[in-house]
Design a protein around this ligand. Structure first.
Ligand code: GLC
Length: 564
């Protein structure tokens, strides 16, 4: 098959039919950190509009933007008080429409973040709900009357005090899996569900192409709230998420919104088993199209780093489980974890560029829809924030208070937080080497990484060998070669301790991917390397190959065609 000849891509099975969201390359924008045009220090829609040509130049075909709705911003917008309004710091609805049209003109689809496991405590629904026990909105949330005694323990992801918050006004506790300002919505209530579908339709009418369902696996709950065994919270997703009713809600949502508007939907979280994940995304179930699991977030273990063997095992087992049905996202970073290159690459000056390129080669050559987090196309890195006073994130502060209460070694805790905190991933985009990295003329809401002097778009645009230009090449390669989208994945020599090797195969076309995950030269001997054809991409100028043996430089990444 000729590259570029997408129309000839054979459909493997009916249920594995081609789809734009399978062929897509998604780019995630954290809007407050992308580009500020008003000088208030927060990114905005006009900033994205200014950078539309940049987005197009990347070749990406989908943008997922984190929340920008009406919100008191306790969790940077994941606490929504008005789902159909734009928070003024991002601009107006007209700006949104202009941004959306601008993306669409460039062939880029837009994925909206839908945060409906919970709302803000300032949402009018919650204000009503808490006002009296017989208010019509009472059942929009989960309440436990105090006269029944203390509610059964439920842990909170953000709040060391637990997930029940006592509310004086009606002498009752309400449930919040995240911060106390994020009360959980009661999905059991059909009125709540209809309100949510109305919100989704509102945005569908505006022209968005898809939804990312935030924390959605927690939407269904056992609302009889039984006592759970001590320690259950260690398996949070198992106990708190993926109750069977979730599938009823998703099917209903599919019929009400997803299907009529021909939308795409991706869930955050994929349950705790392959069965859970299949039940969410299998083509014949009519629920969601894609999910992303948390296993790949958890391969990197704090300061200890990660084992390549585990990395390979995670991606290989998920691929195998989804070989014939269902589709997943492939990602290694987002707004909830530290920077890609710090966790999986190498930030030393000598290795930063090749390791970032190698990781991007991996993400863009796997089966599944690749998600790139803004700045990872440049190899943006963590920042240094050794003191707790520098943190604003509700999750960091919650973890800090919890560690303190549990008597942890706080020096060690701060070291871990400094490395692991999701604030690392929220620093402003590094556009150029000027003050504030070209992000804002004002005072940035979060300090710009000092390394913007060297790591920035302007510098990397000029350098044909930069991380950025390699990313562009990789995106193009994926778009030109359906084998990289639909081809079967086969790991080779799984036990190799430095190199991750695999093939992708689609009918006649087969490619070999070799990735050196180490800072040393590494050699691999494979039968496949005697059949190498055109080298499709290489992040070094050289490739040392002889007699079926290939030696890769530190973090070298290559893809070549195999001739059978
Ligand atoms: C999801 C989001 C995260 C947010 C949380 C609560 O996990 O990705 O950023 O804090 O939900 O909405």
């Amino acid at each position: 098959m000729k590259p570029n000849d997408r129309n000839n891509t054979p459909v493997i099975l009916e249920k594995d039919a081609k789809a734009w969201w399978k062929e897509g390359v998604l780019y995630q924008i954290y809007p407050q950190s992308f580009k500020d045009t008003t000088g208030d220090g927060f990114g905005d829609f006009q900033g994205v509009i200014q950078k539309l040509d940049y987005l197009e130049s990347l070749g990406i075909t989908m943008v997922w933007m984190n929340p920008f709705f009406g919100s008191p911003l306790v969790d940077n917008g994941y606490d929504v008080s008005n789902y159909t309004a734009i928070h003024p710091r991002y601009g107006t609805m007209e700006d949104f429409q202009e941004m959306l049209d601008g993306l669409h003109c460039r062939g880029i689809k837009f994925v909206l973040d839908v945060v409906v496991n919970h709302s803000s405590n300032e949402h009018p629904w919650f204000q009503q709900s808490r006002s009296s026990r017989d208010n019509p909105y009472r059942d929009y949330y989960h309440w436990w009357p105090a006269e029944k005694g203390t509610p059964p323990f439920r842990d909170s992801i953000f709040d060391p005090e637990g997930a029940w918050q006592f509310d004086q006004q009606t002498n009752a506790y309400y449930l919040h899996y995240f911060a106390k300002e994020q009360p959980d919505l009661n999905w059991e209530n059909p009125k709540v569900r209809q309100e949510i579908y109305a919100i989704m339709k509102f945005w569908a009418e505006k022209g968005v192409d898809g939804f990312r369902m935030d924390a959605f696996q927690y939407a269904s709950k056992d609302t009889t709230f039984p006592e759970w065994p001590k320690g259950h919270e260690k398996e949070y997703d198992k106990w708190y998420g993926m109750r069977p009713q979730l599938h009823d809600y998703l099917k209903e949502m599919y019929t009400e919104v997803i299907e009529p508007y021909n939308l795409f939907a991706v869930a955050e979280g994929a349950g705790t088993s392959f069965k859970d994940a299949h039940d969410l995304v299998d083509a014949d179930r009519n629920e969601l199209q894609v999910a992303y699991h948390f296993d790949c977030r958890d391969i990197s273990k704090d300061l200890e780093g990660y084992q390549l063997s585990e990395f390979k095992a995670v991606f290989t087992k998920w691929d195998a489980a989804f070989k014939n049905n269902g589709w997943l996202a492939i990602y290694l970073s987002n707004h909830d974890v530290a920077r890609l290159i710090d966790r999986y690459g190498n930030t030393d000056a000598a290795f930063r560029t090749p390791s970032a390129q190698m990781l991007n080669t991996f993400l863009l050559s796997m089966r599944g829809t690749p998600y790139t987090y803004y700045g990872d196309e440049l190899g943006m890195t963590n920042i240094d924030m050794p003191k707790i006073e520098e943190y604003v994130d509700v999750s960091a502060i919650g973890d800090y208070n919890r560690a303190k209460a549990e008597g942890e070694d706080m020096d060690q805790f701060m070291k871990k937080l400094n490395f692991n905190s999701r604030e690392n991933a929220r620093t402003p985009m590094q556009w150029d080497s000027t003050k504030n990295g070209g992000f804002t003329e004002g005072k940035p809401w979060k300090k710009v990484n000092d390394n913007h002097q060297t790591i920035n778009v302007v510098a990397q645009n000029k350098d044909p060998k930069s991380i950025l230009n390699h990313f562009r090449k990789m995106v193009k390669l994926r778009k030109d070669n359906p084998v990289l989208v639909y081809g079967q994945y086969q790991i080779l020599q799984e036990s190799h301790s430095e190199i991750y090797a695999y093939t992708r195969t689609l009918d006649e076309q087969q490619v070999l991917v070799l990735l050196n995950f180490s800072k040393k030269q590494a050699t691999i001997t494979l039968e496949e390397t005697t059949k190498t054809g055109t080298l499709l991409i290489n992040n070094y100028d050289r490739l040392d190959a002889k007699e079926g043996q290939i030696t890769l430089q530190p973090y070298q990444a290559i893809i070549c065609e195999l001739i059978n």
